[in-house]
Design a protein around this ligand. Structure first.
Ligand code: 5GP
Length: 194
C-alpha cells in the first residue's frame, strides 16, 4: 500500500537491524486518518471473508484493529495481557514470546467473546517472527472459531514469521513488506508486491 510505504519512508526510524520504529504515526502517537485508511483497506481485502469479529493483541494492534472492525461493522476483541500465570477460569489463555522485550507473557480472551460461531479476522501492527500471531491463532483454535485471515500493517519480510504463518495455510495480507533496512543509513526497501 503506497500510502503506508511513503509514510514509513518519511517518518519510520530504523532503530537497529531488526526494529523499525513507527511511533510517530502508528503505535504511540497515532495518525487517526492514516489508521482509518489502513482499516478501510483491510475491510476491502477481507470484506467477503465472513468475519464476525476482528481480533488483536494489546496494546499496539488495537488502533488498526478498531479501524478495521469499524469498516467491517463487527466487534473488536483484543487479547489482554494477564497479570499472573494462574489466570482464573472463564478465559482462553496462551503464552507469547515478545519480540520487543525478549520475554514471555500470557494473554487471555474471555470465553464470552469468542465461540465456535465466530469467524475471526486477526489484525496486528507488525509481523516479525510470528509469535504474537501464533498466540492469537492458538486462542482462536481453543475457542473453536474459524480464521478468515490475517491483516498486518508492516511485515518484516526478512524475518521468519510471514513464511511460518503462511506455511500453516493462512491467508496473510500485509500492507507493507519491508524487504531490507539499514540502521547505518536509515534506508528502507519494500517488497514490490505489497
Ligand atoms: P512477532 O510476534 O511476529 O515476532 O512480533 C510481532 C509483535 O512484536 C507485534 O505485535 C509488534 O508489537 C512487535 N514488533 C515486532 N517487530 C517490530 C518492529 O520492528 N517495530 C515495532 N514497533 N514493533 C515490532
Amino acid at each position: 500500500m503506497e500510502l503506508l510505504e511513503k509514510r514509513i519512508q518519511r517518518d519510520g526510524i530504523v532503530e537497529d537491524a531488526d526494529v523499525l520504529k513507527v511511533d510517530g504515526f502508528l503505535n504511540h502517537q497515532i495518525d487517526t486518518a492514516l489508521i482509518d485508511q489502513l482499516g478501510a483497506e483491510f475491510a476491502r481485502l477481507f470484506g467477503d471473508a465472513g468475519a464476525t469479529k476482528v481480533v488483536t493483541i494489546e496494546a499496539s494492534g488495537i488502533a488498526i484493529a478498531y479501524a478495521t472492525a469499524l469498516h467491517l461493522g463487527v466487534p473488536l476483541v483484543f487479547a489482554k495481557k494477564a497479570k499472573t500465570r494462574n489466570v482464573a477460569g472463564g478465559v482462553f489463555a496462551t503464552r507469547v514470546l515478545s519480540f520487543t522485550h525478549g520475554s514471555s507473557y500470557d494473554v487471555v480472551v474471555s470465553r464470552r467473546f469468542l465461540t465456535p460461531a465466530d469467524t475471526v479476522l486477526i489484525v496486528d501492527d507488525f509481523l516479525a517472527n510470528g509469535n504474537a500471531l501464533a498466540g492469537l491463532l492458538d486462542i482462536a483454535q481453543q475457542a473453536g472459531a474459524a480464521v478468515a485471515g490475517i491483516g498486518i500493517a508492516v511485515e518484516k519480510g526478512f524475518q521468519e514469521g510471514g513464511a511460518r504463518i503462511r506455511a500453516r495455510g493462512y491467508r496473510v495480507e500485509s500492507l507493507a513488506i519491508v524487504q531490507s533496512m539499514d540502521p547505518a543509513t536509515g534506508a528502507i526497501e519494500f517488497a514490490p508486491n505489497a
